[in-house]
Design a protein around this ligand. Structure first.
Ligand SMILES: *[C@@H]1O[C@H](CO)[C@@H](O)[C@H](O)[C@H]1NC(C)=O
Ligand SMILES: *[C@@H]1O[C@H](CO)[C@@H](O)[C@H](O)[C@H]1NC(C)=O
Ligand SMILES: *[C@@H]1O[C@H](CO)[C@@H](O)[C@H](O)[C@H]1NC(C)=O
Length: 196
């Protein structure tokens, strides 16, 4: 099954290999106004084969993921939910949204949901707010995440300045397994860690 990572995922700064470490802190998510079943159910189609998915029992609308989709592209298409909600309703996509699968439906609305509006570049979120999507590999004790929008704003220099942090600190929280003097990438359309 092809993952759909590429679309809408511009890389800023200079590019290096990305450490694809699963985000360890996913357990604090409270599904928003969603009623989640205990077990996954098989979804089978010609395009997707059979995959086991967990979807809210009060889901009222689906979207079938297409090749090249990302959380950013799906959120931009509808502008009626946030990536955080998409994750709450479709937990297997993961905090990085790497688990989106082509030809598999994702829930995009549940009864009683109210859209709070888009996430803007520069917003700071805490772990309890469940920032999604997050850059892969962020340290588990990150306490603040900043969103860089899909146009790349705020950029890296502005992000360091506004948080009063050094590149070495940002590197240590976002690329903990890498040389902290390297020029690692800030990902457009993702949250990165700005305090730990
Ligand atoms: C959404 O897709 C799931 C999985 O195929 C299905 O069980 C559910 O009935 C669909 N919901 C709606 C509102 O179409
Ligand atoms: C957070 O975790 C990193 C890596 O595990 C560690 O180096 C750092 O000291 C921790 N920070 C705090 C404030 O606990
Ligand atoms: C880390 O990167 C810097 C700058 O590229 C380099 O000078 C240094 O030798 C590297 N350190 C390690 C341990 O790889």
């Amino acid at each position: 099954m092809a993952f759909t990572l590429s679309a809408g995922m511009a890389l800023l700064a200079s590019i290096s290999a990305v450490a694809a470490v699963p985000f360890p802190g996913a357990s604090f998510l409270q599904p928003r106004q969603a009623t989640m079943p205990d077990h996954c159910t098989n979804y089978c189609s010609v395009g997707a084969g059979c995959v086991c998915i967990i979807r809210p029992t009060n889901c009222v609308a689906n979207y079938t993921v297409e090749d090249g989709d990302s959380c950013t592209s799906i959120v931009a298409k509808y502008q009626s939910f946030r990536a955080t909600d998409l994750y709450a309703w479709n937990p297997e996509i993961g905090r990085e949204c790497f688990g989106l699968q082509s030809h598999v439906p994702v829930c995009i609305d549940v009864t009683g949901y109210t859209y709070p509006g888009p996430v803007e570049g520069g917003e700071i979120w805490t772990p309890e707010q469940t920032p999604v999507p997050v850059q892969p590999g962020i340290v588990s004790n990150c306490t603040q995440f900043e969103f860089t929008d899909s146009s790349g704003k705020p950029g890296f220099a502005a992000l360091l300045r506004s948080n009063g942090i050094t590149q070495a600190q940002w590197n240590a929280w976002n690329y903990p397994s890498q040389n902290d003097t390297g020029d690692w990438s800030l990902w457009a359309g993702y949250f990165s860690c700005v305090k730990a």
